[in-house]
Design a protein around this ligand. Structure first.
Ligand SMILES: [Zn+2]
Length: 258
């Protein structure tokens, strides 16, 4: 594989959601976890890639109006100073500078900021868009139709396989389905490390180490295969794994990686 490198990754804070650990890992206690919902901005010489977009800022004014019953089920802390557009500006870029937006999956804590980037090319895993528009009835609550409707005219591409985004091996879209039909992760080679950001293909360090699925995955067999693949990329491929919702990863990794 070519030996390209991205320059940097910034981890941009989103809402902190307060949810029972049992929702993140099968068999876990229902104690409340303060889970981050970050987005990740990747700087490559040929352009900027954003991985995930967090929650929709409309919940800052009217959580029940925008999220419905999920507002009560998933209380959060977030402020108007921490919206995604402001955070991108804080690291020296504008929302219009983003070339690719990679959506790990369509859940409400990942797809809320898509409309900041009408100029971008959007990338998701195969089947994710249709499922986000029309989920199974028992999973409907996790998707907000209004996150997607304004993006119907955007440039979307879906991959049902891994894809090297710049042709130099630096930033690779990893097809890791199971949590949702098109869940994906992203693998980035930086000057000093290799980082795999999981999206929701994995939810906690304990789920990765002990190989345990989570209750809401649409296909547990697929989800486990994806989780084992991520673990192998850590153990054999030498990548550091940043689990999007894991509070310890958020605390311990520097929020600017190179
Ligand atoms: Zn999530």
């Amino acid at each position: 594989m070519a030996e390209g490198r991205a320059r940097k990754i910034w981890a941009l804070a989103g809402a902190t959601i307060h949810i029972p650990r049992s929702l993140l890992m099968l068999g876990a206690e229902p104690t409340i976890v303060d889970a981050p919902t970050p987005s990740f901005l990747i700087e490559h010489p040929k352009g900027l890639v954003l991985f995930d977009t967090g929650c929709n800022p409309k919940i800052l004014d009217d959580p029940v109006g925008y999220w419905g019953p999920m507002a009560a089920a998933m209380p959060f802390d977030w402020s108007k100073n921490e919206t995604l557009d402001k955070q991108i500006e804080r690291v020296g870029y504008k929302t219009s500078d983003i070339k690719y937006v990679v959506l790990s999956h369509g859940h409400l804590d990942h797809a809320g900021g898509l409309t900041y980037f009408p100029q971008a090319t959007f990338i998701a895993g195969a089947g994710e868009l249709r499922y986000s528009y029309w989920p199974d009835p028992d999973r409907r609550w996790a998707f907000i139709l209004e996150d997607f409707v304004p993006t119907r005219g955007y440039k979307w591409t879906e991959f049902g396989h891994d894809q090297d985004l710049f042709g130099d091996g630096a930033v690779t879209f990893l097809y890791t389905p199971g949590h949702t039909p098109g869940e994906c992760s992203i693998l980035v080679n930086l000057p000093n490390r290799r980082v795999l950001i999981t999206g929701d293909a994995v939810h906690t360090r304990a789920s990765l180490d002990n190989e345990v699925s989570m209750p809401l995955s649409v296909n547990h067999g697929q989800a486990m295969a994806s989780l084992k693949r991520i673990k192998a990329i850590r153990d054999i491929g030498g990548a550091q794994i940043w689990i999007t919702h894991d509070p310890d990863d958020w605390k311990e990794y520097p929020h600017q990686l190179d």
